[in-house]
Write a protein that binds this ligand. Structure first.
Ligand SMILES: C=Cc1c2[nH]c(c1C)Cc1[nH]c(c(CCC(=O)O)c1C)Cc1[nH]c(c(C)c1CCC(=O)O)Cc1[nH]c(c(C)c1C=C)C2
Ligand code: 5AD
Ligand code: SF4
Length: 451
């Protein structure tokens, strides 16, 4: 790729797990209105619903991590948190006229495997005390290779989990020291083998490129070790440097230690080349999978979807987020829970859903969201149908003129298609459609860099 493109287009920009992006949500959010939209979405969701459960605790702080977490070695925190999650879920169940059917359930974090097996079992049994599994339900969790035990894997398997993703990040000692995460290959190899023996059908590894001190040879080594374990899926995330997010703990290295621009892009391309040699195919912005993987099939038949959890092969109308900081999505609205444990517990004690902010989508938001989703998931969009046309389309095309001239996007009749050269700049292309960002550029840092 031409370095001049990187210099031209590498700017701060959202990852578009939602539209509008969280910083652009309305300030005057009404929980009651959001709750009504959840009820409406529930009535319409014959495909079943999705649940995301955030388990925020970790024993130690990885200093690259952008997730919402609370560091503690005190495991007394587990039981009250599990009880609160079940209380929250029962509040949702009381909104619905029939027993919820769960199509997809994901445990994320933080570190789900921080919790004792028994507590995770109580959590899942609590959820299914007032819900049932859809015929084609899918359940997955994020496991930390340093603390996932065989009983974790075995018990969760018996409860119906078939997907697991392990945080790997990078195998180099120097990088691991800089991100305060010492994690030998043996640990990853062991948990991967257990998961496979037990019968998990989708084992995924998370890697990150652009970490402090990470070199091309670190990526070669990490990716080579990763493919040797043959995970079904690999996420290869671009390091998001967002040290201004309160409490995220990104520290212990300086800006100068982080690979940038063409150096960072080279790390990605180095990894991609090795994945492709080993039969992995690129999906969307940051995923790879082996042939036959449902995510790859969904990408190929264009049914792939994107939400707060990233890319998914299923599209449900309703996503309920449980736990601190979780985000729910009723398609016409978003709602995010309180970020602090104290506020989260307090609101539940008052018998309220612990929602602290959110956004109801306007007609315009819904159209823009569809375009952004189409670009992120299908690498193209169009407005030939009146329902997808909006008055700013000519203005958006004008603002894309340089990317059109550079061959990163191409015009189609009544639409746009992202070219292979344009894929690294997908976030930039989406930014052209982001009417809320166009109207008000942020005056403080909000987003990580697009490259
Ligand atoms: C799987 C873990 C992660 C989740 N998000 C991130 C990680 C590592 C990192 C991340 N996500 C966003 C940003 C902001 C900057 C950017 O590059 O765009 C970062 C560093 C986007 C984002 N994700 C959530 C919010 C509130 C935002 C900001 C708004 C936006 O850009 O859309 C919430 C969120 N992220 C994750 C989950 C599970 C989640 C919901 C609770 C995953
Ligand atoms: C859930 C996964 O999210 C990824 N992850 C966590 N923090 C960041 C960040 N700042 N930038 C990119 N990816 C990150 C890790 O790979 C983790 O395993
Ligand atoms: S990377 Fe995982 S273990 Fe490390 S701080 Fe983030 S959530 Fe916790």
């Amino acid at each position: 790729m031409s370095p001049s493109f990187i210099h031209k287009y590498n700017v701060p920009g959202p990852r578009y797990t939602s539209y509008p992006t969280v910083p652009y949500w309305d300030n005057d959010f009404s929980p009651a209105q959001y709750i009504d939209s959840v009820r409406d979405a529930f009535r319409l969701s014959d495909e079943g619903i999705s649940i995301y459960i955030h388990l925020p605790f970790c024993e130690s702080m990885c200093t690259f991590c952008g997730c919402h977490k609370r560091i503690t070695k005190n495991h007394q925190v587990e039981a009250p948190y599990i009880n609160a999650l079940i209380t929250e879920w029962k509040l949702y169940c009381s909104l619905f006229e029939s027993k919820p059917v769960i199509r997809e359930l994901h445990l994320g974090g933080g570190t789900p495997t921080f919790f004792a097996v028994k507590n995770l079992e109580d959590l899942i049994n609590g959820i299914f005390s007032c819900a049932q599994r859809a015929e084609n339900f899918e359940m997955g969790f994020e496991g930390h290779p340093n603390n996932t035990t065989r009983p974790h894997l075995q018990t969760l398997y018996e409860l119906g989990f078939r997907r697991v993703s392990f945080g790997v990040q990078d195998y180099s000692d120097r990088v691991q020291r800089a991100i305060n995460r010492i994690q030998p290959f043996e640990n990853v190899s062991k948990v991967t083998a257990w998961a496979r023996e037990i019968g998990y059908t989708s084992i995924s590894h998370d890697l990150v490129f652009g970490l402090p001190f990470q070199t091309t040879s670190d990526v070669v080594d990490t990716v080579t070790k990763t493919v040797s374990l043959l995970p079904d899926r690999i996420s290869f995330y671009s390091y998001a440097h967002v040290p201004w997010i309160p409490g995220n703990g990104q520290r212990g290295f300086s800006d100068a230690d982080i690979p940038k621009d063409e150096d960072k892009r080279r790390l990605y391309e180095t990894g991609r080349a090795i994945f492709e040699t080993h039969g992995y195919r690129e999906i969307g912005m940051d995923h790879f999978a082996l042939t036959g993987d449902p995510l790859l099939e969904a990408a190929e038949n264009q049914s792939i979807h994107r939400n707060f959890m990233g890319y998914t092969p299923n599209r449900t109308r309703l996503l309920i987020g449980l736990g601190v900081s979780s985000i729910g999505d009723s398609w016409t609205g978003f709602g995010q829970n309180a970020k602090s444990l104290e506020d989260y517990y307090q609101m539940l004690e008052w018998g309220q859903l612990p929602l602290s902010k959110g956004h109801m989508l306007t007609k315009e938001d819904l159209i823009v969201r569809q375009h952004i989703l189409d670009l992120m998931c299908r690498m193209q969009t169009h407005w030939t149908d009146d329902a997808f046309y909006f008055t700013e389309v000519p203005e958006i095309l004008a603002s894309l003129s340089e990317m059109l001239a550079d061959g990163l996007v191409a015009a189609t009749p009544g639409g746009l298609i992202v070219t292979p050269e344009g894929k690294p700049f997908l976030r930039n292309i989406c930014m052209a459609f982001d009417l809320r960002l166009r109207r008000k550029r942020p005056d403080t840092p909000l987003f990580s860099m697009t490259v």
